[in-house]
Design a protein. Structure first.
Length: 440
């Protein structure tokens, strides 16, 4: 059945307690927590496990300086991360050595003070620190800037390991993963979910969790609902092995990195994104104008192969028309060479010990953005049985475990153990959408 891997050699089952669309970290974690409670779970993945964002992330697991709606989730999530290697029985490169944002100027330092005060209300010990304190934390850094925002308990893990680990453990507990097998429809009776139609057959179920990342808006559109979700392209590199620079997750002087246990770095130009101009760009544009304006210095627009591929997919004989839910099964997402060169050169300038640094591997991923910068999590009132876990807006790797746990609770208990009102899908229809407080 699977054309890609050893997962799902069994035939597609006729029914399941829950079907999950998408095997990124949200889908894999949800499958694990459902299977752990004895539910019969099927995960449909149009390509391969963690083939999109979840296998391409840098690996920062950040609770600090989040939208306040997300902070309670991340506090609960850090507890899950702390036990995850033991629970999943494998190395995830998990460590909790802190996160440092350098300020670029006094105005940013003042913004950090506000963020730190907000975090402390939730019990997170985020604080603004001086250049001297930064130099003590990272002695090899030549310029500590005017100060920074420091979170000593922040974490990191390796994205290429985490989703497959959830999927493997879920499989041991009876979940079935089908790679290369997309969802192409959802059957309903009296409005409620009754089955999911996949490329290779139909599965009867009363619960569907849509965790389709940057394609979730396509699934929702297929159901006649509008999810105002957009895409932005993040570029990232892995460097050669370097001497120890810092075990802290670092953002500053226009770069972000984390050093892995083998000495290599996941390195990027800090929070800079590319927007490929496709026709879909104009969909939901009105929702995004404020955040595009706020992020104008961090955003570049391109007409490129993605533009051409998008047009091709709109031809009557191609994806958009014939398979609107699948569209581009494995989108071509080119890394931005300029951003790679900038990040490598800047690392060399900031850390003399990084002399000889090279990007030995680079990639990009399409991040799924929501206009208010927070995800959509929870049931969809219009279609009983439909649950959304999407729109992670560039910071959903760190949140994956708690999202999975909460989605399993909604599917099995009817309600989550943490209030998800702020993340409801209906906020867009209600027009109750705040301005994003996060910069991607
Ligand atoms: C370069 C980069 C760096 C990042 N760094 C960080 C970081 O350091 N920390 C952090 O917290 N976050 C980070 N993120 C964001 C994070 O990776 C995402 O928020 C998170 O992985 C989203 O997970 P997901 O499961 O929602 O989506 P995805 O991982 O994108 O998975 C969705 C899956 O759904 C599948 N799918 C789509 N349509 C269908 C269909 N019809 N049928 C079946 N399957 C379907 C897709 O093929 C895909 O595999 C980064 C992202 C990128 C690209």
């Amino acid at each position: 059945m699977s054309v890609f891997s050893t997962f799902s050699q069994q035939p597609l089952p006729a029914e399941a307690d829950a079907v999950i669309i998408g095997a990124g970290i949200q889908g894999c974690a949800t499958a694990y927590y459902l299977a752990k409670r004895g539910a019969k779970v099927v995960v449909l993945e149009k390509s391969r496990i963690a083939g999109q964002q979840s296998g391409r992330a840098w690996g920062f697991v950040r609770a600090m300086d989040r939208d306040p709606a997300e902070t309670p989730l991340m506090l609960a999530c850090l507890k899950l991360w702390q036990g995850l290697e033991a629970e999943l029985g494998t190395d995830l490169e998990w460590r909790q050595d802190g996160n440092l944002f350098l300020a670029s100027d006094e105005a940013e330092l003042a913004r950090f003070e506000i963020g730190a005060a907000r975090d402390r209300i939730f019990g997170i010990d985020t604080k603004v620190i001086t250049p001297e304190e930064i130099s003590k934390l990272i002695p090899g850094l030549v310029d500590p800037g005017p100060g920074g925002l420091w979170g000593p308990k922040e974490g990191q893990a390796e994205p290429r390991k985490v989703s497959p680990a959830f999927a493997r453990k879920a499989t041991e507990l009876g979940a079935l993963f089908f790679e290369g097998c997309g969802a192409i429809g959802i059957d309903r009776q009296a409005g409620a979910v009754t089955a999911v139609i996949s490329e290779t057959g139909t599965i009867r179920t009363k619960k569907v969790i849509v965790a389709a990342g940057a394609s979730s808006f396509r699934v929702m559109r297929g159901l006649g609902l509008i999810l105002p979700q957009q895409l932005a392209r993040f570029t990232c590199s892995r460097t050669n092995t370097l001497p120890p620079l810092s075990s802290i997750a670092f953002y500053g002087h226009h770069i972000g990195f984390r050093q892995r246990p083998d000495g290599s770095l996941n390195l990027a130009e800090e929070l800079k994104v590319d927007i490929d101009l496709t026709l879909d760009r104009f969909r939901a544009l009105r929702w995004f104008l404020p955040s595009l304006w706020d992020n104008r210095h961090a955003t570049s627009f391109s007409v490129n192969m993605a533009t051409a591929r998008d047009l091709l997919h709109r031809m009557p004989w191609r994806g958009e028309a014939r398979q609107p839910w699948i569209h581009d099964r494995d989108p071509l997402i080119p890394a931005n060479g300029r951003r790679i060169r900038n990040a490598v050169a800047q690392l060399g300038r900031l850390f003399p010990a990084a002399v000889g640094v090279q990007a030995i591997e680079s990639w990009a991923g399409n991040v799924d953005l929501m206009p208010d910068g927070i995800p959509v999590l929870g049931p969809v009132a219009e279609i009983p049985g439909l649950i959304l876990a999407t729109g992670m807006t560039g910071h959903g790797f760190g949140m994956g475990p708690i999202v999975g746990k909460l989605m399993s609770e909604i599917a099995l208990d009817g309600k989550p153990s943490i209030d998800l009102h702020a993340f409801r899908f209906s906020r867009y229809a209600e027009g109750k959408v705040g301005r994003s407080t996060t910069h991607y």
